[in-house]
Design a protein around this ligand. Sequence first.
Ligand code: MG
Length: 419
Amino acid sequence: MILLVDMDAFFASVEQAYHPHLRGKAVIVCGDPSRRGVVTAASYEARPFGVRAGMPTAEAKRLCPDAEFVEGSPRKYVEKSLELLELFLTYTPDVEPFSVDEAFLDLGKLGARGATREAAIAMAREIQQRITDEHGLSASIGIGPNKLIAKMASGVNKPRGLTPLDEEEFRRLFWPMDVQELWGVGPKMSEHLKRMGIATVGDLGRAAESQLEQSFGLIGPHLRNAAWGRDQTPVIPYHEGVDPKSMGHEVTLPEDCREDAFLEGTLLRLSDQVARRLRGDGFVSRTLTLKLRDFRFRTITRQRALTVAVDDHLAIFEVVRSLWRANWKGEPLRLLGVSAGALEHKGEGEQGELFSTDDRKKTLQAALDQVRDKLGEASVVPAGSLMHRGTSGHVPFGAMKRKDPGSLSREARKEPGKP
Ligand SMILES: [Mg+2]
């Protein structure tokens, strides 16, 4: 049994939980409300007016003039997200954060406590209740034999939904629906499928495998399986593969992406975060690792050992970018990660020559670090990573890793001024 816990109107609900005067009101979370921007999240009170995430703020104002417009604070959402993870971890160690407001919980290793539908429902109900009691938030939970069904079931009955589905129930429910309702089928693929005469999830389930393979290659059979509610992708616990002697950041992208500039910008941003952490804790690294997960949840990691230990973002970026170029075949990616291993205390075995010829750069780096310590992480970022400024609210950058079990909440609280 697998659960997908999906927070209801997460950003807006967090604002309501923090600010009691917003409770019960139409709340619209956006970027800077004085400027032109888009809606990041809308509370359930705002939704009947037609307000949706992604809509221009101006349009939301027209539709719902009495709404409270609140500037989003990603840091707050990430912190809350980490607190919720701690809650989930009290039920099973196998928790995969899927986005800032969604997590998969695998009950497979819990024995009788998680084996039956009834047990899973009881656990889900308790989790929902604790989310409300302890955090003042609400969640919808999907329950299924795999991630695909759990994920799709979570959306069936929002808010506060609790929906268990087996494969058969899944098909009964989803086969009549538009094919775009299937998890993983985006607007473009949906158009493509419709041109092939495949309009519903059921049509896809009944389509000939050869036809799908011809049009979509390797994804073809996967698509058809998905329509049948079959999915074997594992829940990947977020503590898995984390070397305590390494520092890493990874990010699940807002949507599967194959755009060069965006991916490169993301790698730069991750490199920058890793470098910041290295310097913050006084380490240099001799091994860099790139992690890629594609839209089929296939994960690869590639490592390179360095002759000179590094702690600056450009050196890290250059290595991970070359690893990326050598190993990425153009498939849509859903996750990128950068980590630095073989850590040494700065100065310990450090080869001086790289740094000594580089005093000005070092001084600049130190000055920038100071600015960021004072004004927050986003005050200075590498120009190439600026593509993210518009989307960072959706992206739990670097927040999902922890060095050892138990340090997580400490870490989240350590630097309250930073995202
Ligand atoms: Mg949600």
